[in-house]
Design a binder for this molecule. Structure first.
Ligand code: ZN
Length: 329
């Protein structure tokens, strides 16, 4: 066996680390319990912490705003209401927004219309781009629901979908507010078609298209790409993702040392799951990339992935990390 967990593979397998074994999971859980912050954990001074403007309650509110739209499924165009809302909010904040349309070329999404939302905030002094992404669509089924009769029901996607988008949208507000302190150009990308259906052939339509369309010059300007997916679980436990760690260890190390400096309790600087998600097309294109994901979420792809499972504090942990990466690093 090989230690691969695909994001949408067999649900029975998904909760385990193949090869790394259950004992590894148990040891992670044990390590989590024993990693209560000591006095040395408060490495960021009070003044530095105050500088961070990311507000978890704003992010949580935007989770609920997305849930009020109903499922954001791409197969029937139900993601477009959110696409338009993202676009108008980002424009109002001063971002340059591009809607990138694409047609699915393979798998179950062949012929389906997808749309990436790309928001740019250039820094006049530095053309190097730091990119952050999330998927804004939600899966049209609930394959992991314990109740078999619910498995064809579209999920709410509070954590799987809305949480990453909410972090990026609150981050957008912060970037606009702190615009004059930007030392790098920023792009926020909202991918469509990540969760079109199960099976990697039927996923990642937006990110695959985006990465494939990058020209050599554009690619050379990208410093890194960081993806947020499933970052809202109120019981937050984020480990280093294996694909990110193997291909671009320095970026993952940088993220987790920043998390440590900020005293973010949901982050554990240890290897965790191997995940196939929207960061993979970037890794394959040779762009330093990483995913921040909490894959130990019992409601993943069930109808119970609802707003009450997500917390402002967890969203703020990811948001503060991203704000720190943009402004303090
Ligand atoms: Zn999903």
């Amino acid at each position: 066996m090989f230690d691969v967990i695909k994001k949408l593979c067999n649900p029975l397998l998904a909760v385990f680390l193949i090869g790394a074994s259950l004992s590894f999971l148990i040891s992670c859980a044990g390590a989590k319990e024993s990693s209560a912050p000591g006095p040395e954990s408060a490495k960021v001074s009070a003044t530095e912490e105050i500088k961070l403007k990311f507000n978890g309650t704003n992010a949580l509110n935007f989770v609920y705003e997305q849930l009020a739209l109903g499922p954001r499924t791409s197969k029937d165009g139900k993601q477009t209401a959110l696409r338009d809302r993202l676009s108008s909010k980002l424009k109002a904040l001063g971002f340059t927004v591009e809607i990138q349309p694409l047609k699915g070329a393979s798998g179950m999404g062949a012929g389906v219309d997808f749309y990436n939302v790309i928001a740019a905030m250039p820094c006049p002094q530095n053309a190097k781009v730091r990119m952050f992404g999330a998927h804004y669509d939600t899966i049209p089924i609930a394959p992991n629901d314990p109740d078999a009769s619910k498995r064809m029901t579209p999920i709410a996607g509070a954590n799987d979908g809305a949480s990453g988008v909410a972090v990026l949208m609150e981050l957008a507000r912060v970037i606009a507010e702190r615009k004059n302190s930007l030392k790098h150009s920023i792009k926020l990308i909202f991918f469509d078609g990540e969760d079109f259906y199960t099976g990697t052939d039927n996923m990642f339509y937006g990110s695959r298209h985006y990465a494939a369309g990058l020209g050599a010059e554009e690619k050379s300007k990208i410093e890194y790409f960081i993806l947020a997916d499933m970052v809202g679980d109120s019981d937050l436990n984020i480990y280093q993702e294996i694909n990110s760690l193997r291909k671009f260890p320095q970026l993952t190390a940088k993220l987790f040392s920043a998390a440590d400096a900020l005293g973010l309790k949901g982050f554990h600087a240890k290897p965790g799951h191997q995940i196939f998600d929207d960061h993979i097309p970037f890794i394959e294109a040779g762009i330093p990339a990483a995913v921040i994901i909490d894959f130990d979420y019992p409601y993943w792809h069930t109808i119970s992935d609802t707003g009450d499972r997500v917390s402002a504090d967890s969203l703020a942990q990811c948001g503060k990390l991203f704000e720190y990466m943009i402004f303090e690093n």
